[in-house]
Write a protein that binds this ligand. Structure first.
Ligand code: GAR
Length: 208
């Protein structure tokens, strides 16, 4: 069984999707053993508590520097013996030290079809605002490995979602979550835990 550690910053609906998938027996070969939040009081922590999953807070604001925060995250992941780190609504970019220590073992869910609407500054509702202001007719979600550049690691899974007339960023966010994020994130975690994702020539290949 692989130890899956989930990093969160907010509401935690993606964490909930992982917990629900685990309870349905859909995460093969792994178990969520810890939740770490960068924000005290994040509702994601209540979800962890309700599911009986140990959790902790590493408060970004309480850390004097980026380096101190990264060091604390690194130590927490090592203490938790994380085999897979899942960024599920984690709103910060991890430092190089953490990424190097867990190379090809950190995955992120992004609420757009990368390489559209991604990179620094594109997170949460801002992504959907950008998609609506561009006028795309399709958007979606991506699960990818995390490397040193924001949203630039190898893509594991993507799912497209329709943009509809009259969508607001909030309506579109909800549709992308329901139709894409909450489906592909648990699927990617299960594939990883079964050893079914390989990196070949810098790309992720899913062995089905
Ligand atoms: C989700 O849409 C997630 O993809 C996005 O923030 C939302 C968090 O929701 N993450 C990012 O934009 C990270 N770059 P949640 O806390 O309810 O899972």
């Amino acid at each position: 069984m692989l130890n899956v550690v989930v990093l969160v910053s907010g509401g935690g609906t993606n964490l909930q999707a992982l917990i629900d998938a685990q309870n349905r027996g859909e995460i093969t070969g792994g178990k969520i053993t810890r939740v770490i939040s960068s924000k005290p009081g994040a509702y994601a922590l209540t979800r962890a508590e309700n599911a009986g999953i140990p959790w902790e807070v590493i408060d970004r604001k309480a850390c004097g520097s980026r380096e101190e925060f990264d060091q604390k995250i690194l130590e927490a992941l090592q203490r938790a013996k994380a085999d897979l780190v899942v960024l599920a609504g984690f709103m910060l970019i991890l430092g190089e030290k953490v990424i190097k220590a867990f190379e090809n073992k950190i995955i992120n869910v992004h609420p757009a079809l990368i390489p559209s609407f991604c990179g620094e500054g594109f997170y949460g509702l801002r992504v959907h605002e950008a998609a609506l202001s561009y006028g795309v007719k399709l958007t979606g979600a991506t699960v990818h490995f995390v490397n040193e550049q924001a949203d630039a690691g190898a893509i594991i899974l993507q799912k497209a979602v329709e943009v509809k007339n009259g969508d607001t960023p909030e309506i579109l966010q909800k549709r992308v979550m329901e139709q894409a994020e909450w489906k592909i994130l648990p699927k990617a975690v299960s594939l990883f835990c079964q050893g079914k994702i390989e990196i070949q020539d810098g790309k992720a290949v899913v062995l089905e």
